[in-house]
Every structure is written in C-alpha cells, then in structure tokens.
Ligand binder design. Structure first.
Ligand code: PLP
Ligand code: TYF
Length: 393
C-alpha cells in the first residue's frame, strides 16, 4: 500500500534544527526554530513550572483519564488571561488542546463542519503551519498583504484594503502579538479597523496567540484581541503555553470560541469535543495541570509573571544591542529590528544571503530570512552584526 506514496516534504524549520546539531563549528549560532533561550543559550524549565511540578507530584493520586475538554480549571485560566474585563468573557467557552497546533486544527474542523465553503485569509507571510492545517481541514486559504518587504513594517493600507473585501463566508486569521515570522505587529488602531470591517462585512476573526507576554507584556499583548472580542459577536482564538510557560513538549494550549451567548459558545464547545473524540480523544494532562496550578496560586503566578517579564526584557535588550552593533558597523539597514516584537524578525535577506550566513558564519536562520532573536547570546551580538552587514553588501 505505501509503496505508492511519494516522499514527504520536510518542515523547513525543523530540518534546520537537525542541520545545526550536526554542524561541528564552535562559533555556530542557532537562530532557526522558535524556542526561547536565556543568556547561556539554554531553555531551562521555568522556576514557577518547577514549583508547580513539585505540587502536582505531591498531590496527584491518579493518572486516570481527565475528560474530553481536559482540565477545566486550565480552560478557565486561559479565558482569564485573554478575556478578563471584556463582554466576551461571559459568552465564551474553552477546550484544552494539544498545543495551539491542536487548537488551530480543532477550530478549522469546527469551521468546516459549520460552513464547508469557508475561506481562511492568512497574512502574507504567516506561521509555516497555518496554510497546511487549514487546508488539511478542507478549508480554502487566501493571503492578504501584510509585510512590506521594503520598510519591514506592516503595510496597513494594503492589508485593510484587502480585508475590506472579505465577506460572510470568510475567516480572517490574525496573530495576537509577536507576528511569526516577521516580528511586525499591527497597531491597536488596526485591531479597531479590522473589527469594524468584520462587523460591516460579516467575516469572522480568528486570532492565534502563541507569544503572549513576549512583546510588550501580558496585558498589552492581548489588548487588540480583547478589543476585538469585546466588539464582535463571533470570534475564535487558538492560544499556546509553549513559549510563555516554556512547556513546548508538554503540548499545552486551548481553543476558545466566543459567540453572542454562552449557550451558543457551549454548543460550539460540544462540537469541538466531538471532533477531538474522533481525532486524539483527550489532550495530554501534565502541562495543563502545571499551568492551572500556577494561575490559581498568587505566589506562583507572581513568580511566573516575573520570569516572563525578564524573558521579554532580554528580547527587547537584544534587539536594541543588535541594532546598535549593526550601526557601529556603519549600516542603518537593520534599524527595524529594534521596532519588531517578540522572538522573530524577518531580515529581508534573500535565500542566497541566508545560505551565506550558514556557510561562511555558521549562523542558522530560516530560508525566508527569519531570525530568532532569543537564539543570540550577548557576546555574539557583534559577530551577528558583522555577518549581517557582510552578507547584505
Ligand atoms: N501558532 C503560532 C503563530 C506559532 O508560532 C506556533 C509555534 O509553535 C504555534 C501556533 C504552535 O504552538 P504550539 O506549540 O502550542 O502547538
Ligand atoms: O515557528 C517556529 O519556529 C515555532 C516552532 O512545524 C515550530 O512556531 C516550527 C515548525 C513547526 C512547528 C513549530
């Protein structure tokens, strides 16, 4: 049966990690996969997570199944983080999923179930898995203009002009904050303008938020999402604890449906549970149990918030020092790095220039020009600045 299969296409980001591991050069630098690293180049378990892990170890008495929706305290905590103080808070329902990836797929399946002819509009460019996941669910995908490759900022006029053409059969997928891959975020006024368009033209917003806390802080990073949730009748959200709790391999995330009433939101939740049952049945428990333990304990929450803001500060500082270091080499061509948010920036380097970074400098960046700022150590900033200036001349 399987002989008729053609070869699989490799994931461009995951295969880069493999190539990096095999590189023997001492000066090598991994700016590929989106994993946060500290000044020592490590991704340690966060202190709050370690403490929660001890608590869970001591209090957990069984490994019996939890249920289709996963940990309901976790689900409530995700809604608290994203929707507190909005009208949407009282007309939303959440389901724990295997990462935001699981949420993306469950929400895509739900949209297909409700309206198979749906087209999902995604930003050009977007997270590598957005298109394949939406298409795997049977949905059509269309791109809206987003990143201006000259200014390295959002081309808001082109974006809004395109989204003005989206209608009732359309879903517009937005990044909640810290856009992957570009690092260029929409402004609060853009959230307001897109909300107005959604209400005028009838498309549904779909927000994927995988980096809350990495941009301007936990509350600020959800401000646009909150405004939109407050002012639209229907919206869906995929959220992740991979980055802001450092729980990558525990596969911890949630799908949230906001509707015009709690009854409608719960109906949608019921349908997601049906879909989950026929896909993976139940999400893994451990990560969600840890997040629930942290977010329901004041001391653990404070520890977590503090650690997260230190991680955010490191990214902001690295961006500033990299920009300065490039300037010290006589170039202003990378000033945009300081204005981008989160872990990533699309540098505008061509695939050939990215290949030169790898061949001549042992610097691994994604072929589309994306670099992961968190992959950088303070003592390597000048090295990277020199390499960026060299390959871009
Ligand atoms: N959405 C975006 C925008 C991402 O960058 C990622 C990154 O991993 C995900 C979703 C998937 O996250 P998770 O690890 O929670 O599945
Ligand atoms: O964009 C990234 O690097 C992260 C991690 O197939 C990732 O979001 C990369 C590739 C992939 C899944 C996750």
């Amino acid at each position: 049966m399987f002989k008729q299969l053609t070869e699989a296409q490799l994931d461009p980001i995951l295969s880069l990690s493999i190539a990096y591991r095999e590189d023997k050069r001492a000066e090598k630098l991994d700016l590929g996969i989106g994993v946060y690293r500290n000044s020592q180049g490590e991704t340690p378990i966060m202190q709050a997570v370690q403490l929660a892990q001890q608590q869970v170890m001591e209090s957990q008495r069984t490994k019996a199944y939890v249920g289709l929706a996963g940990n309901e305290i976790f689900n409530q905590s995700m809604m608290d983080l994203l929707l507190t103080d909005t009208s949407a808070y009282h007309r939303a329902a959440a389901v724990q999923t295997p990462g935001a990836s699981g949420a993306l797929r469950m929400l895509a399946d739900l949209m297909y179930l409700a309206q198979p002819e749906t087209t999902v509009w995604i930003s050009d460019p977007s997270y590598v898995n957005h298109k394949p996941v939406m298409e795997a669910a049977g949905l059509k995908v269309k791109y809206y203009p987003y990143f201006d490759r000259v200014t390295k900022q959002v081309n808001r006029e082109a974006m809004l002009a395109a989204l003005a053409k989206a209608g009732p059969k359309d879903v517009v997928l937005l990044h909640g904050c810290c856009h992957n891959p570009t690092g260029a975020d929409i402004a609060f006024e853009d959230w307001q303008a897109i909300t107005t368009l959604a209400n005028q033209n009838g498309f549904m917003p779909f927000v994927d938020i995988a980096y809350q806390g990495f941009g301007d802080g936990l509350a600020q990073d959800a401000a646009g999402l909150k405004y939109m949730a407050d002012h639209t009748e229907e919206m869906v959200v995929a959220t992740s604890c991979s980055k802001n709790f450092g729980l990558y391999r525990e596969r911890t995330g949630a799908a949230i449906v906001i509707s015009d009433s709690l009854k409608e939101a719960q109906k949608a939740k019921g349908r997601i549970l049906n879909l989950a049952r026929s896909t993976y049945t139940m999400p893994p428990d451990h990560g969600a149990a840890l997040v629930a333990a942290i977010l329901t304990d004041d001391a653990l929450s404070a520890t977590w918030r503090d650690e997260l803001s230190q991680m955010q500060a490191r990214l902001v500082n690295l961006r500033a020092s990299l920009t300065q270091a490039v300037r010290a080499q006589g170039s202003e061509a990378f000033d945009f790095i300081d204005q981008h948010k989160g872990m990533f920036s699309v540098t505008g380097l061509s695939p050939e220039q990215i290949a030169r970074l790898r061949d001549e400098f042992a610097i691994y960046a994604v072929g589309d020009g994306r670099i992961n700022i968190a992959g950088l150590r303070e003592q390597q900033v000048d090295y990277l600045a020199h390499a960026l200036v060299t390959v871009s001349q």
